[in-house]
Every structure is written in structure tokens, then in C-alpha cells.
Design a protein around this ligand. Structure first.
Ligand code: C5P
Length: 396
């Protein structure tokens, strides 16, 4: 958690900042807020102060009667500055190092890490001057979050590049920005979600996997600097930003997509709940309803992970095992048989964990015999523990 200075400049998206401040505080960040004169034409100091839980730093309050100068104080206090919304003018001034307003002076006075959430008209964003300023800021180590494509605020503008990212996504981006990049350079292939094995064009066999565990691994690895490729079965989850995603349905499609990317990967986390069987015959037409009993003949699907294990060549391989009983011995046997480095064992029938839930209770078994019994925790935390182990094997 960090001390975050949110700097608001004059754009319509400033009305979203109180919500952003609340989300940051709910995540445990400490916040202070700085508002430009123009920002206060869009959002009131009071609504910012209430959401931030403290006074707003404004141009008028820059130099205090007691001699304190806010730009020095804020630059020392902040661990990160998030400028949201960032106008074209604010970007340009920071790129040039101008310091005749409170934000400019704070940035120059030694604010350590800076992230920008641009919000402007598309033409202004794409103007070569703005792009050059954005490049300059990136070269200084600043981060740019967005802008996104979508409806723009100015009348008659329609859609375009220039929308500020939504507060929820800004918080995600900021957390990623603050995460140490200990997996920089790792090329990680992740699978997630269920597969669908079709009987006819509308009926299929599947399972209740939500994809959350695999997506959590993909997102955590991205935040830690890895390049991530996600092969996802059908899920209700949106594509994570900063991750290349391929969507598939059946186990055979998943196998194809994974094998295609396997030569690229240095590590694979196979979190998908791949169906073990598929119907032997798939009807091209929808099967009509009938009175008679029906028998469906199933044939086994290839075990993708086992195939990867047979062609491992120095890669780190992680599997999941979902068991109903104790399952420890069976998981160990799978780890050996599939030639894995790590297997994450979880239980189907425990309340509040596993399929579709936000939490998981996992035992990690490593190929060298080490066992970590993790307490119940959020899937994102489980993902980080798995990645800690991946890192060890990757570096070894
Ligand atoms: O043998 P079992 O299905 O329990 O193994 C689970 C692990 O193997 C998971 O990591 C799963 O993604 C993977 N798997 C696979 N292909 C299959 C079945 C499971 O890659 N056909």
C-alpha cells in the first residue's frame, strides 16, 4: 500500500475522481489530493475533500501563512503521483518541466513515481506535440494509463481515443505500477476456464470452472513484469489488460492453442479445467427431442499437460489437481507422471473455495518434495504464491 497523491486537472472526467479516491482508500492506500484551478470548475473542493478524507491542495493554498510550501511537502510525502484526469496542457507542461503551478512544482520538487491518466479530445491526444510529450514522460520513467477508446465528453464528438480509464481500472494499473518487477522477462503461458465438448450445435458437456484462478495467475504475473499469453475456455471474465488472450471452446482447440505457443513459453501454468472426455460423435444438426433413452459414447481427450511434460526442455510446468478426498498422494503421483515442477492441490467439496469462488485453499507440492499448505486466501494471493515458486524454478 502506498501514499498516493491524486492530482486533478481540468477535464470533465474530474467528476470521477471522488470515486477513484474512495476506491484507493478502500484498497488501503493513503491518499491526498491536489486540484488545479480548472479542475475545480468540474468538481468541488468539498466532494474531493470528503472522498480523500482530508484537505485539498489548491493553487490558493500553495504557500501557507506559516511559510510552508505545499509543493515541497507533497513531493516528500507522496510515494506515487497519479494525475487523473490529465489534460493535454498538464502533460505538455510536465514534459517541459514548467513549474509555475502547484502540480508542476510538485513534480519537479522530487515526486518519486508519476502516472498519468490522460483525458482529452482524440485529435488533441493524437497531435504530434502531445505524442512527443507523452514519449518524453515515458522516457523519464513515468507511466501512462490509457487513454481508452469510447464516447468522448465534448458535444458532437462521438467516440474516439481520449477517454480517461474508469476508476476501477486506474486502481488496477496503479497497483501494477507499484508492484516490483521480479518476473521481468519471463514468458508465461497460462490456461484458464472450462472446456465445452459439444454433442450438437447447442448442447455440450462442461464444468463450473469460472476461470478466476487462471486469470488471477495471468494478472499477477503481468503486474510482476512477465509477458503473459492466456488461453481461456469460455468464461464471463473480461480479457485482462496487458495480456494476450486467445479464447477457445473445446479441449482439442485448447490443445492446439497451447501447443502453438509452447515453443515461445518459458513457464506454463495449466489452470484450465479441461474436460477428460468428449462425445465420440458430434451431430451437425440439433438433435430432436425424443422419448427413447439415449446413450452417449465418450472418448478420452488428450492430456495436454502430460504432452507438455513429455517435451519439457527446461520449462517450468505447473498443474492443478482438483480432488474430493485428501488427494495428496494422487497429486504427488500426477506431479511425477506429468513431469511437473509444481502442482496446486485444491478440493472440490470445501465450502467457499475452488470452482467459481473468489477464494481458494491450496496445498502446493514441488517436485523436490517441498510442501506448502497455504491458508484460505484470495485467488490473487494464491496466484502470487504459485508465481513465487515458478520464479525459483525459472531462475534455478
Ligand atoms: O489429471 P488431472 O485432470 O487431475 O490433472 C489436472 C491438471 O492437468 C490440470 O493442470 C489440468 O489443466 C491438466 N489437464 C490437461 N489436459 C487434460 C486434463 C487435465 O492439461 N485433458
Amino acid at each position: 500500500m502506498a501514499r498516493v497523491l491524486v492530482a486533478v486537472t481540468g477535464g470533465v472526467a474530474a467528476i470521477k475522481v471522488p470515486h477513484l479516491l474512495r476506491l484507493l482508500r478502500a484498497q488501503g492506500h493513503e491518499v491526498r489530493v491536489l486540484a488545479s484551478r480548472r479542475a475545480l470548475e468540474f468538481v468541488t473542493p468539498l466532494s474531493l475533500a470528503v472522498a480523500a478524507g482530508g484537505e485539498v491542495a489548491t493553487e490558493e493554498a500553495w504557500f501557507r501563512p506559516d511559510g510552508r510550501a505545499l509543493h515541497i511537502e507533497l513531493a516528500r510525502w507522496a510515494e506515487v503521483v497519479l494525475v487523473a484526469p490529465a489534460t493535454v496542457d498538464a502533460l505538455a507542461r510536465a514534459a517541459l518541466g514548467l513549474a509555475d503551478d502547484l502540480l508542476g512544482a510538485t513534480l519537479l520538487a522530487g515526486a518519486p513515481r508519476v502516472a498519468w491518466a490522460p483525458a482529452m479530445n482524440e485529435a488533441m491526444w493524437l497531435a504530434p506535440q502531445t505524442q512527443a510529450h507523452a514519449e518524453r514522460l515515458k522516457a523519464l520513467g513515468h507511466a501512462l494509463f490509457g487513454p481508452a477508446y469510447g464516447p468522448l465528453a465534448a458535444l458532437g464528438e462521438g467516440e474516439g481515443w481520449g477517454r480517461m480509464l474508469e476508476p476501477e481500472e486506474l486502481v488496477e494499473r496503479l497497483n501494477a505500477f507499484l508492484t516490483p518487477k521480479d518476473l521481468e522477462g519471463l514468458r508465461l503461458l497460462v490456461s484458464a476456464g472450462p472446456t465445452r465438448e459439444y454433442l450438437d450445435p447447442v448442447r455440450f458437456l462442461s464444468n463450473p470452472s469460472s476461470g478466476r484462478m487462471g486469470y488471477a495467475v495471468a494478472e499477477a504475473a503481468r503486474d510482476r513484469g512477465a509477458q503473459v499469453f492466456l488461453v481461456s475456455g469460455p468464461t464471463a471474465l473480461p480479457d485482462p489488460w496487458g495480456v494476450e488472450v486467445v479464447r477457445v471452446e473445446s479441449a482439442l482447440e485448447m490443445r492446439r492453442a497451447i501447443l502453438d505457443r509452447y515453443p515461445w513459453a518459458e513457464a506454463v501454468v495449466m489452470a484450465a479445467a479441461v474436460a477428460d472426455y468428449r462425445p465420440a460423435e458430434v451431430s451437425r444438426e440439433k438433435e430432436p427431442k425424443g422419448e427413447a433413452e439415449k446413450v452417449v459414447r465418450l472418448v478420452p481427450n488428450p492430456d495436454i499437460l502430460q504432452e507438455l511434460g513429455e517435451r519439457k526442455e527446461g520449462r517450468v510446468l505447473v498443474g492443478f489437481a482438483m480432488e474430493t478426498g485428501e488427494g495428496l498422494e494422487r497429486a504427488k503421483e500426477k506431479l511425477r507422471r506429468k513431469n511437473l515442477d509444481l502442482i496446486a492441490l485444491n478440493w472440490v467439496n470445501r465450502e467457499g473455495v475452488g470452482f467459481a469462488s473468489l477464494e481458494n485453499e491450496v496445498v502446493l507440492l514441488a517436485r523436490d518434495g517441498r510442501v506448502w499448505e497455504l491458508p484460505r486466501m484470495r485467488k490473487r494471493q494464491v496466484a502470487d504464491r504459485i508465481l513465487d515458486a515458478v520464479k525459483e524454478f525459472w531462475k534455478a
